[in-house]
Design a protein. Structure first.
Length: 500
């Protein structure tokens, strides 16, 4: 960022908006750029007034228009840092807008650079072409290392083992320097040392505050999924895809996969297991919360989410039920002024162009509601269709469910249960076992196959109530998506065996 500021200053730019919540780090970057340019640095805020950082002289100036007049009075090539100036744009004061345009014109002719610092605020239309936006990237491992060294020195802990230090710095990825400092300090207070797991926990809390991203703690693995053999094999082939060895071999960074299909068939479970296969954090994006009421807020939210995911990388970014967030992007121009279309377009462009090790797993129940350009090659490594489980897959699902609830799978004939649960999804099979547990618990005994048969015979699977929608989805996916299960899909569709 320092080099970028220097280039803009030498090119004669008059106004830059440096967007960040990390004021202290941004100020140090601006000061370093001013020092290298050999230009005096002045700073203004509502509370401190106008400060000459070299001499330390301060002039009271609690008004933004008066501050701009102070800028006009400065002589020579100077850099002026204006803190939280963007909040004054929200008032739509025509006098302030006019004065700022005049000051920018004067700055261009005298070699001054005005740097507006703060969280991004939409600019008045008159200023959109006169002020260039720059986003301060989240800190990298080197910046976190400096913060960590400071904490270690203050706590007199000495040096950390290399593997612990590397894990702690990786766990801090996606935080600001202040958040990382707090997490490191809390780890020292709680345990007397630096524990990466505590840093990761605090990062999860910090991301939840933003509401857009959430670090999901999961213990799911491929063994938690019944069936989907082709998809599992495909993932296992890529388990080392994020390593340096893969880069040295010439493998590109994997982009991600789109998983669509019938609700309850394990799409979300697959996203969780993918992070386990790759051995990286799982970050969930709440796509519905991307959209804000203010002009430009939705696009800014997406940029912030992407920047955070890339700072955490390598990671798996999970976008669940993609169609619910972007189903209206085609008609966005008449429904929301084009916001959905712009956000969706930005997401597509990032998927196409990204080089960071962020593996995106997007799930959808009805991909036909999304624009066709989503499926273009280059945005996904693969598009998978997850159908209803066949008999063999249902038997595997019964085994997993029975063991998950602490029962011995050998007590039950899962082959018979698989036939009895034809047309049921994995989620429905689990729900049936839970219902049988409830019935058996009230009678103080263990659930039997008879209990399970009665539950299954009384339930109406989603495949029956939504048969037309599922057939349309199958028809759409034919030739457009790869089957997540193995080639044999003949497992007993057509009969339903009643064990009751």
């Amino acid at each position: 960022m320092k080099e970028q500021l220097i280039r803009y200053a030498r090119a004669g730019y008059a106004g830059l908006f440096l967007c960040t919540a990390e004021e202290a780090r941004a100020e140090s970057v601006v000061k370093a750029a001013a020092d290298e340019l050999d230009r005096p640095l002045h700073a203004w805020s509502l509370t401190e007034g106008f400060v000459d950082t070299k001499s330390g002289s301060v002039r009271a100036c609690p008004d933004p228009i008066a501050a701009l007049q102070q800028v006009d009075d400065l002589e020579g090539n100077v850099v002026v840092l204006l803190r939280d100036f963007g909040v004054h744009f929200e008032d739509h004061d025509p006098v302030l807008t006019r004065k700022l345009r005049d000051s920018l014109r004067g700055a261009r002719s005298t070699g001054k650079l005005l740097v507006f610092l703060g969280v991004w605020k939409p600019l008045p239309p008159e200023l959109e072409r006169e002020i260039t936006r720059l986003d301060l990237d989240l800190p990298d491992a080197e910046a976190f290392g400096t913060v960590l060294d400071g904490i270690l020195a203050s706590a007199d802990l000495g040096n950390l083992p290399p593997e612990i230090r590397e894990a702690a710095l990786a766990a801090a990825g996606g935080l600001t320097t202040l958040e990382a400092e707090n997490a490191f300090a809390l780890s020292v207070i709680e345990t007397g040392s630096i524990q990466p797991i505590i840093v990761a926990r605090e990062k999860a809390h910090a991301l939840k505050k933003g509401g857009l991203l959430e670090v999901v703690e999961t213990t799911e693995s491929l063994d938690s999924i019944g069936g989907l053999g082709a998809l599992k094999a495909w993932l296992l082939q890529r388990c080392g895809a994020f390593t340096q060895k893969a880069r040295d071999y010439g493998l590109p960074v994997p982009k991600g996969m789109l998983v669509l299909g019938v609700p309850g068939t394990g799409k979300s479970l697959t996203a969780k297991a993918t992070a386990s296969v790759f051995g990286v954090p799982l970050v969930k994006l709440d796509a519905g919360r991307l959209f804000g009421s203010l002009v430009g807020q939705s696009e800014a939210n997406l940029r912030s989410a992407i920047a955070t995911a890339e700072a955490i990388a390598p990671c798996v970014l999970w976008i669940d039920e993609l169609e619910k967030a972007f189903a209206g992007s085609v008609s966005s121009g008449s429904s929301d002024g084009g916001t959905s279309a712009r956000v969706f377009g930005s997401l597509l462009n990032w998927l196409q162009e990204k080089t960071s090790p962020v593996f995106v797993v997007a799930t959808a129940n009805d991909i036909s509601k999304l624009p066709p350009e989503l499926l273009r090659k280059g945005r996904w490594d693969e598009c998978w269709f997850v159908d209803l489980p066949d008999a063999k897959e249902r038997a595997a699902i019964w085994d997993i469910v029975i063991e998950r609830f602490g029962r011995e799978r050998t007590v039950y004939d899962t082959v018979v249960l698989a036939r009895a649960s034809e047309l049921h999804t994995g989620a429905e099979i689990e729900a049936a076992f839970v219902e049988a547990l409830h019935r058996a618990f009230t009678e103080d005994r263990e659930p039997t196959e008879l209990d399970l048969g009665k539950v299954l015979s009384e339930s109406v699977p989603l495949a029956t109530t939504m048969s037309e929608s599922i057939e349309r989805l199958r028809h759409w996916s034919s030739g457009r998506a790869r089957q997540a299960s193995q080639a044999d899909q003949q497992g007993g569709r057509g009969r339903k065996l009643d064990l009751g």
